[in-house]
Design a binder for this molecule. Structure first.
Ligand code: F6P
Length: 325
């Protein structure tokens, strides 16, 4: 039997499609187990400033299909301080919160790890970020929607690129991870994909651009924003320097990748992990992130989740090479 009676849920860091589905799953599972469920607005900032309110089944009605987060989110500077975290703890106590579900990315779990080191409160995390840059889960909530948004955008770019015989450099998000670039790159038939994890071989890239001209008048290079070369415009300049005759354009997809209705994959992932998070708290788990590995729910300490490996499945990059040649 667990002593947990009151739980709270919040979202933090960059929003991602499927966060609402995760909030819904946490709230409804909490109610299923006869817990009182609270929402915290604006992430850690809301925790510090007492933005804590009760939630019920109706509070999360009709949100599974909505992008963004109904709880709002923030990247809190104040929570980085000892004083900020103390205030947050006092506010949780004032509402008799026994346990917390945090939905976010590495910043969220770095904060959570520090918080539970200083204050003894059970936390379980859910991986909510489009970047897919956490260890301990094959996919993060929002990643699938984001890569599908990229696909939709680049398919459209391809139409116009092909009509004008143009070369397009498309920059995608991902912070220091190339996983958005890699999977979307394969899916749009990109001629080249540049990611921060692998040093760019410019010679090979120029050669491929030139060679693949015989197959397609248009060519698309997907560049991850965190690429060491400095993103889309820098890559475009280098291509232009080598092939001045190319009709070249740059497109930065930007925050469009963070919005939109979550895909089936993200809704199901969020729902499974939301249920798992509450059940984990009731079973006595603490300080861990719930993830899905090979289709099975699994848990990993926050400290390990945030140490994403900085390596990618290079078989995926090999696939880009083989299929674009
Ligand atoms: O972590 C999600 C993400 O969208 C990254 O891909 C990107 O680098 C960053 O957030 C952008 O953050 P902001 O919305 O604060 O500019």
């Amino acid at each position: 039997m667990s002593n947990i009676k009151n739980i709270a849920v919040f979202t933090s860091g960059g929003d991602s499609p499927g966060m609402n589905a995760a909030i819904r799953a946490v709230v409804r599972t909490g109610l299923f187990y006869n817990l009182n469920v609270f929402g915290i607005g604006r992430g850690y900032d809301g925790m510090i400033h007492g933005d804590i309110f009760p939630m019920n089944a109706k509070s999360v009605a009709n949100i599974i299909q909505r992008g963004g987060t109904i709880l709002k989110t923030a990247r809190s500077e104040e929570f980085r301080t000892v004083e900020g975290r103390k205030l947050a703890y006092e506010n949780l106590n004032a509402h008799s919160i026994d346990a917390v579900v945090a939905i976010g990315g590495d910043g969220t779990f770095t904060g959570a790890a520090k918080f539970i080191e200083e204050h003894n409160i059970p936390f379980i995390g859910l991986p909510g970020t489009i970047d897919n840059d956490l260890a301990g889960t094959d996919f993060t909530i929002g990643y699938d929607t984001a890569i599908n948004t990229v696909i939709e955008a680049v398919d459209k770019i391809r139409d116009t690129a092909e009509s004008h015989d143009r070369v397009f450099v498309v920059e995608v998000m991902g912070r220091d991870s190339g996983l958005i670039a890699l999977r979307s790159g394969i899916s749009v038939g990109a001629e080249c994909v540049l990611i921060p994890e692998i040093k760019v071989d410019y010679e090979a890239m120029m050669d491929r651009l030139d060679r693949t001209r015989k197959n397609k008048a248009s060519r698309v290079i997907i560049v991850a924003e965190g690429d060491e070369e400095g993103g889309g415009f820098v890559v475009a300049e280098r291509i232009k320097a080598r092939f001045p005759h190319y009709d070249l354009r740059v497109s930065i997809l930007g925050h469009i990748q963070r919005g939109g209705s979550p895909t089936c994959m993200d809704r199901v992932l969020a729902s499974r992990l939301g249920v798992a998070a509450v059940e984990a708290l009731l079973e006595g788990r603490r300080g861990e992130m719930a993830g899905l590995i090979h289709g099975q729910v699994s848990f990993i300490p926050f400290s390990k989740a945030i140490k994403h490996i900085g390596s990618v499945n290079d078989n995926l990059l090999r696939i880009v090479d083989i299929l674009s040649s």
